[in-house]
Write a new protein. Structure first.
Length: 104
């Protein structure tokens, strides 16, 4: 019964396997921040450039993070960030798009 004597020394908040994952943790953080920015700025019609670009970059970083993620905790944060980024991206596209008003 060696497993009962083993201590769970988690070094990272997002690494449940006990090993550090700095790249994955960074992608989770960036995706969440971009998702919040895209989601909040999508509520304002005149900020469609910011919301659509932040959403697009958030979707890209979240997708790559999902591809290389190692733990369920990382995937959970990435899905939350991806959802917020996608909502912000789609509302930004509906309000004017990536280049709305810039390209004639």
């Amino acid at each position: 019964m060696a497993q009962t004597m083993r201590h769970n020394n988690t070094t990272s908040l997002l690494a449940s396997d006990g090993r550090p994952h700095p790249l994955q943790d960074t992608l989770v953080g960036v995706t969440l921040v971009l998702g919040v920015i895209a989601f909040v700025t999508a509520m304002f019609h005149h900020l469609h450039l910011l919301s659509s670009w932040a959403g697009l970059v958030g979707i890209a970083t979240g997708a790559y993070g999902q591809f290389i993620s190692a733990t369920t905790r990382e995937r959970f944060g990435l899905i939350i960030g991806l959802g917020a980024s996608a909502i912000g991206f789609f509302l930004g596209m509906a309000h004017g798009g990536l280049f709305g008003g810039v390209v004639g």
